[in-house]
Design a protein around this ligand. Structure first.
Ligand code: F6P
Length: 541
């Protein structure tokens, strides 16, 4: 057995959950009519209502005890202090330094990294302003109007999500595109209607060796040169965001046009580094800095608030309760805002690449559940697709609802309709509808069972006033720290991603087998051999 499952707080929670499972949210609210105001917390412009969760005061006490017993506070402080908590890669984990104010001090190996962070931010701002104003000219003298970010994973999902989230604040005469997949169709479609003379490629890759990104970057260069017929054009139409100056140089991008970051920034935690360059060009340096300020607001809250009033800690503990003691396999994240349509996809990498681990920091196999499956999409669309299962299916799916008091676009009555759905859904999920209530509506006897809603489906509701860059920053940091706290309790390394390696290695071995003129000897398993043969035959026909 691992240390975790032997902790008194864990075994107490295990026993306590047996009672908890018999309690209905209807009873919890009846016993404590103020619960909906009491079980709430506010920080960094966000309001979290966690009252519609299957927790009592005792549950929360036990969860907090678990957090204390597993050293969450010490681990948090070690992260902020720049200790090498990413033990398998021997790295510090300091995305929080990316949003530290100019006068802050964050030491890595005794060196303050904040001045470097701001130096890169300032260079990004100068460049972004040049592009936005039309001052940066392409090779033929035309201003740049199209920005194509080439990157994948953390070098794509953050900028895509945040660009979508902050479209309202973007410069509308600029076209932003994002190319991530190695499927050539994505690149072809992304540039189909673009004028190469007006197009800038931002090649974003921490390592600058990622197969998908390098293939897309090569195709981008070929596309540009096919139109401009001059290698010198690359310097005006390509910039790089990377930690690997050597590879950037080898690709042919002038390292003067490279924006750097550091090995203490994990890919999925990098959107507030230079990886956010495309976003900064779209929304402007001031909005980008506001976004960073929002991240920092939540960092400060996470770092200083007592655990029982700490929003990321509470979100993490409640999530852990369902994951480890209620056998819930997934979490649905349901933003009721069109601009947050990519938010769940972004969280998938943040959470699942971080906490999809099966061994502890010292390599022991866990005997408890770690990271959940994260999924979701904007609310009302989901209501007409998968909510049926959440309401009446056999699976427990804890949900996070995210909404805003004001819309960025005033178009009555839309926003009231939208938000009425948020409140109605969480109410329906919590309280359901009993057979008596269904019968009282005059429903035919044979339909009653079908129209009963058991309720007791847990939800969190996160509300903010309006979607600003600052609020977006706070929201992302909230989830970053939630993931951190869960990983700390599970005693796993939330900052490596060895699980993506094997597939990469095998793919690089298979590429030549697909490309060879004559079929090479194949020594995979019989399934893989047959698939490769079939592919080769059909591609040739
Ligand atoms: O998916 C694996 C991964 O290493 C991610 O962690 C990372 O965000 C992505 O690939 C892209 O890596 P890079 O920025 O080095 O191209």
């Amino acid at each position: 057995m691992t240390t975790l499952t032997q902790l008194p707080a864990w075994t107490a929670l295990d026993a306590h959950t047996q009672t908890l499972k018999r309690l209905h949210l209807r009873e919890l609210f009846a016993q404590d009519p103020q619960r909906g105001e009491r079980l709430t917390v506010e920080a960094a412009g966000l309001y979290l209502d966690y009252s519609k969760n299957r927790v009592t005061d005792e549950t929360l006490q036990l969860l907090l005890e678990l957090a204390r017993a597993t050293g969450v506070e010490q681990r948090r402080d070690a992260m902020f202090a720049g200790e090498r908590i990413n033990v398998t890669e021997g790295r510090a984990v300091l995305h929080t330094a990316l949003r530290a104010p100019r006068d802050a001090t964050v030491l890595v190996d005794g060196q303050n990294v904040v001045p470097e962070v701001h130096e890169v931010l300032d260079r990004m701002a100068t460049f972004a302003d040049q592009i936005r104003s039309g001052g940066w000219r392409g090779h033929t003298g035309k201003p740049i109007r199209n920005i194509v970010n080439i990157g994948i994973g953390g070098s794509d999902l953050g900028p895509v999500m945040a660009y979508q989230a902050l479209t309202f604040y973007s410069q509308r005469d600029l076209t932003l595109r994002f190319v991530s997949n190695v499927d050539g169709s994505e690149f072809v479609e992304a540039v189909r209607d673009l004028d190469p003379q007006e197009t800038l490629f931002i090649v974003s890759s921490k390592t600058f060796t990622t197969q998908e990104t390098m293939a897309n970057a090569q195709s981008a260069r070929a596309w540009l040169l096919a139109a401009l017929h001059d290698d010198a054009a690359v310097a005006r139409h390509f910039v790089a965001v990377s930690t690997n100056a050597q590879e950037v140089g080898k690709f042919g991008i002038d390292t003067a046009n490279m924006f750097g970051f550091w090995d203490w920034v994990g890919g999925r935690y990098s959107m507030d580094s230079a990886i956010g360059l495309s976003l900064m060009i779209a929304v402007g340096p001031d909005h980008f800095r506001e976004l960073l300020a929002g991240f920092h607001d939540m960092d400060q809250h996470f770092r200083t608030a007592p655990l029982e009033q700490n929003m990321p800690v509470l979100l993490a503990l409640i999530g852990l309760l369902y994951n480890d003691f209620f056998d819930a396999q997934t979490v649905a994240v349901l933003p009721y805002d069109h601009y947050l349509s990519h938010f769940s996809a972004y969280l998938q990498q943040l959470d699942m690449e971080s906490n999809g681990k099966h061994v502890t920091l010292d390599g022991q196999t866990v005997d408890y559940q770690t990271g959940p499956v994260i999924w979701g999409q904007p609310g009302t669309n989901g209501q007409h697709a998968f909510y049926q299962l959440i309401h009446q299916g056999t699976k427990l799916i804890p949900c996070d609802f995210i909404g805003f008091a004001r819309s960025l676009n005033t178009l009555p009555p839309h926003h009231d309709l939208l938000m009425a759905n948020v409140f109605a859904q969480t109410e329906a999920l919590a309280f359901g509808k009993t057979a008596e209530e269904v019968e009282a509506d005059g429903v035919k006897a044979e339909q009653v069972a079908h129209r009963v809603f058991e309720g007791n489906r847990p939800t969190n509701t996160i509300l903010a006033e309006v979607l600003t860059p600052r609020i977006l920053g706070a929201l992302i940091a909230l989830y970053e720290h939630k993931v951190f706290v869960q990983g700390a309790i599970w005693d796993i390394n939330s900052f490596d991603q060895w699980g993506v390696e094997l597939g990469k290695v095998l793919a690089s071995r298979i590429v030549p087998e697909l490309q060879a003129e004559q079929e090479p000897p194949l020594d995979h398993d019989s399934s893989t051999n047959a698939l490769i043969r079939r592919y080769r035959q059909q591609k040739a026909s």
